[in-house]
Design a protein around this ligand. Structure first.
Ligand code: F6R
Ligand code: MG
Ligand code: MG
Length: 371
């Protein structure tokens, strides 16, 4: 049976104004490039979207994960959008394209990638989540809740088709190692890791034996690229993306969206150096303004039809998420009132911007032994 690959690849190649949003001309340029590729038979379908200052390319094709042609196409699309951004003198042109040239695989070159190769079911609901002003570990809590928390996902308790739980592929992004863990048996050990969200991130989720879907096909995939490792210096948080399949032996659409009713705390926000609530919002309101935030998440819902994207539905554009947004704004007020104090400001080793080494250097002479 023909498999379909879904690739969600994103980069910030220029903001407008500042780091706030993506100019429509960039979206147009990206659509033209991907339409060319679709006509040439490289893509089955595509959608170009944006969240904050990130340009998001959602593509379907038949050539599998890590395909050089598809990654090359995304790279060229970002390069083309960068040219448009430069002509408009947008902010931070080409910011996430860290390499001078494409070299076979876009991973490690700056852009974020969530990809999965799947056997399309009779009906295949899929959600593309896109976040701005935060880091990949921001997905740990919601993905855990969707696929492992019985208080979030009723199906874990009452649907026989996934009562056995799911397997999680966890990456140690510092050591470049990964481990597969089974829930519910290993839940406490897994939480010990993924609670440390800046280091251990959920990369993929799989069905377990007895589940409705093949065990070797991911049911969720998250981008885990860390720009500072690529660049060799701290260049900011890496606004992440994720793909999540739903229904028929998987969490229902509403169970997939439910974790975002919390407005959980993530790191990023102003200068990639602050903790704050992640606010679920509509496509039209995904423009972080207050203190460059608060961090945003949008959800684009689709049905797949032989690789074609039927949609998107702007899933957080619903009054049901108004209260979550309201709570995020209250939390934002509370966190902001702490100004430069932790835990609003991140701990030293996590900050994108810091003056601390300079301050300490200047004061070195004046520091004397304390009694
Ligand atoms: C955070 C972000 C912004 C910038 C801030 C300063 O991820 O993108 O909060 O860090 O606007 O930006 P520069 O240093 O470019 O003026
Ligand atoms: Mg930017
Ligand atoms: Mg961004």
């Amino acid at each position: 049976m023909t498999k379909t690959t879904i690739s969600l690849i994103k980069a910030d190649v220029g903001g407008y104004p500042g780091h706030c949003s993506v100019h429509p001309e960039l979206i147009k340029a990206a659509e033209e490039k991907l339409e060319e590729a679709r006509r040439a038979g490289c893509l089955v379908d595509y959608r170009v979207m944006s969240c904050g200052d990130d340009l998001e390319l959602l593509m379907s094709h038949r050539t599998g994960c890590d395909c050089g042609d598809i990654h090359g196409l995304a790279w060229e699309t970002f390069e083309r959008a960068t040219e448009v951004a430069e002509a408009l003198k947008l902010y931070g042109c080409g910011q996430d394209l860290l390499a001078d040239a494409f070299s076979g695989n876009i991973k490690g070159l700056g852009p974020g990638v969530a990809e999965m190769e799947i056997t399309e079911r009779t009906a295949e609901p899929i959600v593309a989540f896109m976040m701005d002003k935060t880091e990949p570990g921001a997905f740990n809590l919601p993905i855990f809740k969707m696929f492992a928390d019985p208080f979030n996902t009723a199906g874990l308790v009452i649907d026989p088709s996934f009562h056995q739980g799911f397997s999680f592929e966890i990456w140690d992004v510092l050591e470049h190692k990964k481990v597969l863990m089974n829930c519910p048996e290993e839940m406490y050990d897994m939480l010990a890791l993924i609670g440390a969200k800046s280091r251990y991130v959920i990369k993929r989720v799989y069905c377990r034996p007895g589940g409705k879907l093949p065990e070797d096909e991911p049911v969720a995939a998250i981008s885990t690229e860390k720009l500072y490792q690529t660049a060799g210096r701290y260049v900011g948080k890496d606004d992440p993306v994720a793909l999540v399949r739903a229904q028929s032996g998987l969490p229902a659409l509403g169970e997939v969206l439910e974790p975002f009713a919390l407005g959980h705390l993530v790191s990023g926000w102003m200068r990639g150096s602050h903790n704050g609530p992640i606010m679920p919002c509509s496509f039209d309101t995904a423009h972080p303004t207050r203190f460059d935030g608060p961090p945003r998440v949008i959800a684009a819902g689709f049905q797949l039809a032989d690789g074609r994207f039927i949609g998107p539905v702007d899933l957080f554009n619903d009054v049901a998420f108004d209260r979550a947004r309201h709570r995020c704004l209250q939390i934002a007020d509370y966190m902001r009132a702490h100004g430069p104090f932790e835990p609003h400001r991140l701990a030293e080793e996590e900050m994108e911007y810091t003056t601390l080494p300079d301050v300490i250097r200047c004061l070195r002479e004046r520091f004397v032994d304390a009694e």
